[in-house]
Ligand binder design. Structure first.
Ligand SMILES: [Zn+2]
Length: 224
């Protein structure tokens, strides 16, 4: 059961299209897994549609329709009227049942490059065509612990497989996590299976304590 959701403001930003691409991908993944947020998202979309209908109309410039249709043709996927390419088979079991929005992202990033950060943690950075957020899969092995760390920027994440706990609670598949600067935590995966999260971070994390002196210079931050 999903217990942790984005707040109304984040959902509204996502529904209105004003959220940056990195956080949008995280919210989209959560909305595809969470029936409650999906209902809210559709309600916000209907509200936006009815406000637009009530807005005064402006006459279009000559050629505006053709320009818009030309732009739509450049957008990959269903909007352009093309058949979507199904994502390739998941490269490992922990990514076998991910939301469709991440399936498409995964297809654009194969072969996946997992990087071992510590004995327990692997990270696979993903290319998303933007420059402000590092977007990645994080995989903690069963029972694995991350080092305690702070956040220099915001981190949005959704659990895709398994579960973990930290200072703030227990998070299962579909749960949404938002961490802000100053929120120190130390995620620990449950003993029964590995935990995989999908995340977007706006700045590198900062390992706290004495290990930070050693590890922080080695933690790269690669938005993309
Ligand atoms: Zn939700």
């Amino acid at each position: 059961m999903i217990r942790h959701h984005p707040d109304q403001n984040l959902l509204l930003e996502y529904a209105s299209g004003s959220l940056a691409r990195g956080p949008s991908l995280v919210i989209a993944a959560h909305v595809q897994l969470c029936a409650a947020c999906r209902r809210q998202y559709h309600a916000l979309n209907s509200l936006g549609g009815s406000i637009l209908k009530q807005s005064p109309t402006q006459p279009l410039q000559a050629g505006a329709f053709e320009q818009v249709m030309g732009r739509i043709d450049q957008v990959p996927g269903r909007i352009a009227g093309r058949r979507e390419t199904p994502p390739p088979p998941a490269p490992d079991a922990t990514l076998a049942d991910i939301p469709p929005v991440l399936g498409r992202l995964l297809a654009q990033n194969v072969p996946l490059r997992w990087k071992k950060i510590t004995r327990s943690l692997q990270i696979c950075r993903l290319r998303t065509g933007q420059k402000h957020y590092e977007v990645a899969f994080h995989r903690l092995c069963s029972g694995g612990e991350m080092v305690e760390h702070d956040h220099r920027g915001s981190e949005l994440a959704v659990v895709l497989h398994g579960s973990f706990s930290d200072h703030f609670g227990v998070y299962n598949r579909g749960d949404f996590i938002l961490r802000q600067p100053g929120q120190v935590h130390r995620p620990i995966a449950t003993q029964d299976q590995a935990c995989v999260c999908f995340s977007a971070v706006s700045a590198p994390v900062a390992v706290t304590g004495i290990s930070g002196w050693l590890l922080n210079p080695l933690i790269p931050f690669r938005p993309g």
